[in-house]
Design a protein around this ligand. Structure first.
Ligand code: IMP
Ligand code: MG
Length: 195
């Protein structure tokens, strides 16, 4: 699998260090209720945010509950497509009144996925709603979507690893890497395998 990679953009150590900072900042931003940080409702967007969220929550030492939202983008293998919510794989309470919510995703690219999730969660009336992404691409669209916590701003390259996939593969790489052009080419158009 590693021979499919052109370069490593972000190492495991860099990710671990940045996650420590993000978790600290997230806890520091929580309002204090009865002398303690308020409870957090963390909502990863499946499937890309799975690895990131698993590592992030183990750095948060306060009370939190985890829900999930599943949104898939049905585009080409490397281009954004139409975002669609999978309600069967979405587990949210009926309302989030009084709750402090952080949405978590792997990457902010066109912003379609996160905007859809933000709209959906906002309709459940949370006390606060923030967004955390591991990566953000330098597109105008990405900058127009509010994200309070951004792990890394990256160049406009297609990346894989640490939850991010190419046609469903490479999510298990422990770092963020750029696949070789011929590997991208081989998988492009392989839409059925994306899920
Ligand atoms: P957006 O809706 O265009 O912001 O894209 C978000 C989704 O597209 C992410 O959750 C990823 O699944 C996918 N995506 C965007 N850019 C990349 C990339 O460079 N590598 C892998 N997946 C990506
Ligand atoms: Mg995804």
């Amino acid at each position: 699998m590693e021979t499919d990679l052109e370069s490593i953009l972000i190492t495991q150590d860099q990710i671990a260090h940045r996650l420590d900072e993000l978790a600290r900042q997230m806890v520091a931003d929580l309002p204090v209720e009865d002398g303690q940080p308020a409870e957090l409702a963390l909502i990863p967007i499946m499937t890309g945010a799975l690895v990131f969220t698993a590592d992030l929550i183990r750095r948060i030492p306060t009370m939190l509950r985890l829900y999930t939202v599943a949104i898939a983008s049905y585009g080409g293998a490397t281009t954004p497509g139409q975002a669609k919510m999978n309600r069967g794989l979405t587990s949210l309470p009926k309302d989030l009144t009084g709750r402090h919510v952080v949405l978590v995703d792997d990457i902010l690219d066109s912003g379609q996925t996160i905007s859809m999730a933000q709209d959906h969660v906002r309709a459940l009336n949370p006390a606060s709603l923030k967004t955390c992404v591991l990566l953000r691409k330098p597109t105008d669209a990405a900058r127009n979507v509010p994200a309070e916590y951004v792990g890394f701003d990256i160049p406009d390259r297609f990346v894989v690893g640490y939850g991010l996939d190419l046609a469903g593969y490479y999510r298990n790489l422990p770092m963020i890497a750029v696949p070789r052009p011929e590997v991208i080419h081989r998988h492009t158009g392989d839409q059925a395998a994306r899920l």
